[in-house]
Design a protein around this ligand. Structure first.
Ligand code: ATP
Length: 292
């Protein structure tokens, strides 16, 4: 559905995006994460045709964004990081306005808008945008991005500035569009990214640090750790660092094999295993390690 091939972006002498390549399959949710200034918005703007790549090619479906930009744009529903403000328009007037740009009849716009905003739990279609809260305006902007029934949604920080409840609600809504739509989003919320994205690209200083499924990233950068608590008087012959805590011994193992070896040794020496806990690092923990 989307192919980004060896794309770079320079602003003057500054290399903001450096040789990025990825593909997104139809029906997938693909997340780009990275610290401030990593180049996420620049990539998004190149995909939706707002800025041109300095190098590389982008295809939306079979349309090259450089040569078939207008066709490509018809397939996209774009949610910018900050939506332009049309303070004096009501939500419905705003959506009618965009419906007209896309050549969609007023009745159809109303039906679609009402269905989308009902799903997003926004009721005040006749309230002016200038009188709406940030979360309400974000929902209207999401409705706008869907009004032309696009195949590819390109969402730049869809939940930025939203309270946790609204933020989860919006992410859940996006998750429910999976399959029906192909979705590319950027976010700083790694917990949500982990929950809803099929694959994730981690960016740092415009470069790709990792691109994989969440479990693939975890396997490569994370590694599950195991804490084994046991009782044993004499630690001679135990080859792992062991701490004494609350009357028992605690060892950190980095593989199942290490757990087995230690457990066998403890039992062989007459000790007792109390419990074993596994700890898989979250995407956020991995992110903090790989981008710092
Ligand atoms: P954030 O998470 O803060 O939104 P981002 O990952 O989206 O950041 P970009 O907005 O793509 O990052 O910016 C990447 C780099 O390019 C930054 O160093 C930024 O200052 C620079 N940059 C972005 N737009 C321009 C521009 N129009 N002119 C010059 N430099 C720019």
């Amino acid at each position: 559905m989307l192919k980004v091939e060896n794309v770079s972006k320079k602003y003057g002498d500054f290399q903001a995006v450096d040789n990025i390549s990825f593909r997104i399959d139809k029906g997938e949710i693909f997340g780009i994460v990275g610290p401030n200034g990593a180049g996420k918005t620049s990539i998004i703007k190149m995909i939706v045709g707002l800025i041109e790549p300095s190098e590389g090619e982008i295809w939306i479906s079979r349309y090259n964004i450089k040569t078939m930009g207008e066709k490509a744009k018809q397939l996209i529903g774009y949610l910018p990081e900050e939506s332009p403000v049309y303070e004096d328009m009501t939500a419905m007037e705003y959506l009618d306005f965009f419906g007209e740009i896309y050549g969609i009849g007023r009745q159809e716009v109303r039906e679609r808008a009402e269905a989308i905003l009902n799903d997003l739990n926004l009721k005040h279609l006749n309230r002016k945008l200038g009188e709406m809260s940030k979360g309400m305006r974000r929902k209207v902007a999401i409705a706008r991005s869907l009004i032309n029934n696009p195949e590819l949604l390109v969402y730049d920080e869809p939940t930025s500035g939203l309270d946790p409840i609204t933020s989860n609600y919006v992410m859940e809504y996006i998750r429910n569009l999976k399959g029906e739509k192909t979705i590319l989003l950027t976010t700083h919320n790694l917990y949500q990214a982990e929950k809803i994205c099929d694959r994730i690209l981690i960016l740092k200083d415009g470069r790709m640090v990792a691109l994989d499924r969440v479990d693939g990233i975890k396997q490569r950068f994370g590694g599950v750790k195991y804490t084994l608590r046991f009782r044993l008087g004499n630690l001679t012959g135990i080859h792992l660092p062991v701490e004494s805590r609350n009357g028992c011994k605690v060892a950190l193992c980095s593989s199942v094999e290490e757990v087995n070896t230690l457990a066998r040794e403890v039992v062989r020496r007459g000790g007792e295993i109390l419990d074993i806990e596994s700890h898989a690092p979250s995407l956020e923990e991995i992110f903090l390690t790989v981008v710092s």
